[in-house]
Design a protein around this ligand. Structure first.
Ligand SMILES: [Zn+2]
Ligand SMILES: [Zn+2]
Length: 814
């Protein structure tokens, strides 16, 4: 068949390949309607349904005998730019997932039109045949409701209903019709009233008569006059002007009513700090001298900016973004977790005002869509956002900054595409030709190694701004301290700060009250029934008893009165979470005002900001929390940082456990002494001889990294070797183990040279949410060979009862 044809990836389906459609004439011509291009969003028929799809290629011919036509183009511009489409293709190929999964991640959620089947009783069917009980149930549900879609029927009548419906449709008892479902998220509008007369004389001449004859109309006209001639109908409603009054005024041509698009911008009200005055340090000047020429010449290069905490990296980012804007180009600034660093957003808004769009997952779908459109339509040029903002469709992108580039939050590992936003940023820079700036006080070993080998340009910021000293760090050996939660040193330091009205940050990287509950007789601990992990005890709150919580699936249970195994009474609480530390603080320092920040205290929207604002405003003396308190907080009054237990992460079965501990300790220590008074850091540990702790004590990144790199090289771990993790999950352990075994065998028999295969073994979390988990790890020094072998293994996986997910360059090994 001769074309033109388009290959289209349908979204909102499980189809993992592109489908070919005919392009109707009217979509090719340059008319007032949008012209179709690669990256356009279109509506297409798919089986009996309608679906939204993305055009990924055009072709002149197809081998297919019958091809259906594209129904319409949905936007006035391609939603995925040509360059971004290339990056999406790279992600699909490198991370071994489908282009559909990548495109879905790259677009705001919920904006797609679809159709589904409305099922009803066929009007001409006399219901006199004999029906099975389940068939009658379907019929009577429809008699009650009129029509329902398949999903609603399934929800009411349970699984397997689909088959019964299809059978009844075949028999002619029921009929099925396709109905369009509007996207969940749409452009939001508001109704606006505008005063029609513009002549200033009019008000004096006519208004008094109107006020007298029709007082309500007079109120409305007066209000409009006071508000530059326009107001929303909602504002008018609040002063008693209803739709009837407005209609009268519209009939008299005194008021014009129309709908206006509203941009839902939760940051519109955010007060911005005054712009920073920039008097660069020598280090900052040097950093800009290295970065700015690449921004100006639109040259791809990756700069790894290694700057100690408090060295003023953000100001360098801001100047680099300003340079991109001067060139008429835009910029993306990635931050690991926006909620934890409201200050950063404020600083960018202070400098760039409304040109900044903020994109992150805590926005509502509507807010996200609006921010995305502002960017795509070229009204905003700077995006500050979390992981998925790396896909932002910035027009003429000229720079990406990745702040805290070592942070694990940049890797999406819970679902495909399992991409690293940092690595995608580098690929985008290469594809679209602009520089990428990676910044951190504790660069990942991957990036550090890339700088060692000359792939990245290394920039060092060695001193803090204003020559403030790095805080003094002390390690306290808890084996000498007799089991108390606070060592003598930490107790004294806290008391000291409270007396001087200085502030304190305390880190305990475990939430809840006690991480586990154990029988003192037989050693059994209370475990989650569907996950093979111990339950964490959470202290009673107002209105509820203490309970045991699974931190993996969220299941809660009461605390067992006796041992589940030997029935002995006296299950004891072991370990300390943030709640227990909070309780101990209240006992020991009753006068101290404490704020707790962890997943439990920040579940509601905006609660991070409330806690941080309160601490910033001096409403508390101590901020206690999990790793959330280690990230990027910048409070001048903090002079003491205490780490209750540095050992929580060290013994995890993950080769990055040491690296993460070093990063966490260095980051949290960096919160101290950012103002004029020098800071002090006290780290409590049972393992004071461990390298990550020793190096954190002396702020010695270089020594830590060179030692760790040697170990990694010897073992073939990243950044030297590459890894791919195959995770198998399913309800039957036998099937899961078998699938993992077959995968390992396929990998081993592949003729890939230098491929090392570990496993199959049960995953470190061997059972989660009732599913058994097994894993296989493949290692190689060549990313290409590893990719090829993994692709082959993935194609051979065919056990339907077992889910396989592939994680390329995994960040979490748990
Ligand atoms: Zn027991
Ligand atoms: Zn669980």
């Amino acid at each position: 068949m001769a074309g033109p044809f388009a290959d289209i990836v349908p979204l909102g389906t499980r189809l993992d390949r592109a489908m070919t459609y005919r392009v109707p004439e009217n979509l090719l011509e340059q008319t007032d309607r949008p012209r179709i291009a690669e990256g356009s969003r279109v509506l297409v028929p798919l089986g009996p349904r309608w679906a939204t799809g993305i055009v990924v290629a055009f072709r002149d011919r197809t081998e297919l005998e019958s091809v259906r036509a594209i129904a319409m183009c949905l936007d006035p511009y391609p939603v995925i730019t040509a360059a971004l489409l290339e990056t999406c293709r790279w992600i699909a190929s490198y991370y071994l997932c489908s282009l559909r999964e990548v495109l879905t991640a790259a677009l705001p959620a919920g904006i797609h039109t679809q159709s589904n089947q409305r099922i009803s009783i066929h009007p001409e069917h006399p219901l006199n045949g004999s029906l099975t009980p389940r068939q009658s149930a379907v019929v009577s549900a429809l008699q009650d409701a009129g029509d329902l879609n398949l999903r609603q029927l399934e929800r009411r009548l349970g699984k397997g209903t689909r088959g019964i419906v299809h059978e009844l449709v075949r028999k002619g008892v029921l009929e099925a019709q396709q109905a369009m479902v509007d996207p969940r998220v749409r452009i939001s509008t508001q109704r606006v009233a505008r005063l029609v007369p513009t002549d200033p004389e009019w008000a004096t001449a006519e208004l008094p008569a109107i006020r007298k004859r029709a007082p309500k109309q007079g109120v409305c006209l007066d209000f409009l006059l006071e508000h530059n001639g326009t107001a929303t109908t909602r504002e008018l409603g609040e002063i008693g002007v209803d739709a009837r009054v407005l209609r009268r005024l519209a009939d008299r041509r005194l008021v014009d009513l129309h709908d206006e698009e509203v941009v839902r911008d939760p940051y519109a009200q955010v007060t911005s700090d005054p712009p920073d005055t920039f008097d660069p340090t020598a280090d900052q000047r040097n950093a800009l001298d290295r970065i700015l020429p690449d921004v100006k010449d639109s040259r791809f290069r990756v700069h790894l900016m290694h700057g100690v905490t408090g060295s003023g990296k953000t100001l360098v980012y801001i100047e680099a973004v300003a340079a991109a804007l001067e060139q008429g180009r835009g910029a993306i600034v990635l931050i690991p977790e926006i909620a934890l660093t409201p200050q950063t957003v404020r600083r960018f808004r202070a400098r760039f005002g409304d040109r900044v769009a903020v994109l992150h997952s805590a926005l509502s779908a509507g807010e996200r869509y609006d921010a995305w459109r502002e960017v795509r339509e070229g009204r905003r040029h700077v995006v500050v956002g979390a992981r998925s903002a790396v896909f932002a469709p910035v027009i003429d992108l000229g720079l990406i900054v990745v702040d805290e580039e070592h942070d694990g939050a940049y890797k999406q590992d819970e679902k495909a595409p399992r991409y690293s936003a940092r690595d995608v940023a580098v690929v985008r820079g290469q594809q679209e030709e602009f520089p990428v700036v990676l910044g951190s006080a504790t660069p990942s070993l991957e990036s550090y190694h890339n700088a060692d080998t000359g792939k990245f340009d290394r920039i060092e910021l060695e001193g803090r701004v204003d020559d403030r000293p790095l805080p003094e760090v002390r390690l306290v050996d808890m084996r000498q301290e007799g089991g108390d939660l606070f060592s003598t040193a930490l107790r004294q330091a806290i008391q000291d700060r409270l007396g001087r009205d200085e502030r304190i940050i305390l880190l305990q990287n475990r939430r809840g009250y006690a991480p586990f509950v154990q029988c003192t007789e037989c050693g059994v601990s209370q475990e989650c029934a569907s996950c093979q992990v111990t339950l964490t005890y959470h202290a009673p709150r107002a209105g509820s008893d203490g309970r045991m919580v699974c931190h993996y699936c969220g299941r809660t249970e009461p605390r067992a009165p006796v041992c589940p195994s030997c029935r002995a009474p006296g299950l004891r609480l072991f370990g300390s979470g943030t709640q227990r530390v909070e309780e101990a603080l209240a006992e020991r320092f009753p006068e101290a005002r404490v704020l707790r920040m962890d997943v439990d205290s920040t579940s509601r929207k905006g609660s991070h900001e409330r806690i941080l604002d309160a601490f910033g405003a001096g409403e508390a003396d101590i901020l206690l929390g999990t790793q959330m308190v280690a990230k990027g907080l910048d409070f001048a009054g903090v002079t003491l940082v205490g780490v209750i237990s540095a050992d929580t992460g060290l013994s995890l079965p993950d080769f990055r456990a040491g690296e993460r501990t070093f990063q966490l300790l260095t980051q949290v220590a960096g919160r101290a002494g950012r103002g004029h008074t020098p800071g002090e850091v006290i780290i409590q540990t049972y393992r004071p001889e461990e390298q990550p702790l020793l190096c954190a004590r002396t702020h010695d990144y270089a020594t830590y990294v060179s030692g760790e790199l040697q170990t990694r090289e010897a073992l073939g771990y990243p950044p030297f070797g590459r890894m791919t993790l195959f995770l198998f999950r399913g309800p039957q352990e036998r099937d899961v183990a078998k699938a993992a075994g077959e995968c390992a065998e396929t990998l081993r028999s592949s003729d890939s040279e230098g491929l090392e295969v570990l496993g199959p073994v049960p995953a470190p979390l061997a059972r989660l949410q009732g599913h058994y988990r097994w894993q296989v790890i493949a290692k190689s020094f060549s990313a290409q060979r590893l990719n090829k072998a993994a692709r082959h293994a993935l194609e051979r996986h065919h056990r339907r009862a077992v889910t396989l997910s592939v994680d390329v360059d995994p960040v979490s090994m748990l």
